[in-house]
Design a protein around this ligand. Structure first.
Ligand code: DON
Length: 303
């Protein structure tokens, strides 16, 4: 298969969708990104990496970081996180507070904000530096030692993070945080503000297409754990649009409000798309269309 040719054709095919939707502005320093940007990269499970468009431009990974925090916690703790967070789709927006109270402080899944805050809290207990350990994983897996937090984005989110603060305090009131709210939130904002290119993110996610085997060839997750992270991505990775994402793309995927999406073809590759203009559920409009094209052209949907 001519993977480079396929990516170039897809980038051309989705060009009319660039800029459709709106760039996230509730974190003000994300608002300055050009809505017209678009990049795509594929990291094959057995090594080669391909890319087209703006695939080497760094962007804010935001909620995509939640995949790596969950993977790290599972690598240390195996399954015990599931006593503190469910793994069911929420059907509500990623920053909703409604369900958390109805569910007595147990978030619906680790990819909505409330669930991710619980996972970050656990990672903080386990490592003493949750955001630093996610950055370390991303550097190691991508081979790019320059990956770092965009501190202006982290500060902007902290300044405007009233909903996340409310969620963290509600979690604490139910006894579902182990660390002080302010430390947990600082780590959460830093992990969301990590900046990666499509190329970095595809190579860093490749272990999920290799049944948990890291770039260095050693097991990071067991095949069993890797299967489970992919399953939660499929059912919960794009929030209340997870059904639509499965229908159109047919792969485990995780989006972020920076406009990135990571999708995994188990046994074959990891794919990253980036287009900052978002649809109503907070997912990249051009990015979903590109992934739809990808599975249509390659036949690599899991369905
Ligand atoms: O906590 C937030 O609201 C952001 N740091 C991350 C949200 C996000 O990326 C949701 N994704 N679609």
């Amino acid at each position: 298969m001519d993977m480079q040719g396929i990516l170039e054709e897809i980038v051309d095919a989705v060009a009319p969708l660039r800029g459709q939707g709106s760039v996230a502005s509730y974190i003000p320093s994300l608002g300055g990104v050009s809505p017209e940007s678009f990049g795509m990269s594929v990291a094959m499970a057995d090594g080669p990496v391909y890319g087209a468009g703006d695939w080497r431009t760094p962007f804010s990974i935001q909620s995509i970081s939640k995949v790596f925090s969950l993977a790290l916690v599972m690598s240390y703790d195996y399954d015990s996180i599931w006593a503190r967070v469910f793994r069911e789709p929420s059907g509500t927006p990623f920053n909703s507070l409604l369900q958390l109270e109805a569910d007595h402080g147990i978030p619906r899944n680790p990819f909505i904000n409330a669930g991710a805050i619980v996972v970050t809290d656990r990672l903080l207990t386990l490592t003493g530096d949750a955001a630093g350990s996610i950055r370390g994983l991303l550097r190691r897996e991508s081979g790019n030692p320059a990956i770092d937090v965009d501190s202006a984005v982290a500060a902007s989110e902290a300044e405007h993070g009233h909903r996340n603060s409310a969620m963290a305090h509600l979690l604490a009131s139910y006894g579902n945080l182990e660390n002080p709210v302010e430390r947990v939130l600082a780590n959460y904002f830093d992990q969301c503000a990590l900046e990666l290119t499509c190329e970095d993110l595809a190579t860093a996610s490749r272990f999920l297409s290799r049944h948990g085997v890291s770039s260095g060839g050693t097991p990071f997750l067991t095949p069993h754990q890797s299967k489970r992270v992919n399953a939660v991505m499929l059912t919960c990775g794009t929030y209340d649009a997870a059904g639509e994402f499965a229908y159109r793309v047919g792969l485990p995927g995780k989006s972020g409000v920076g406009g990135g999406i990571v999708a995994i073809v188990p046994g074959r590759c990891a794919i990253t798309v980036w287009g900052p203009a978002l649809g109503p559920s907070g997912n990249s409009v051009a990015g979903i269309a590109a992934l739809d094209e990808f599975t249509t052209r390659t036949g690599w949907s899991i369905f």
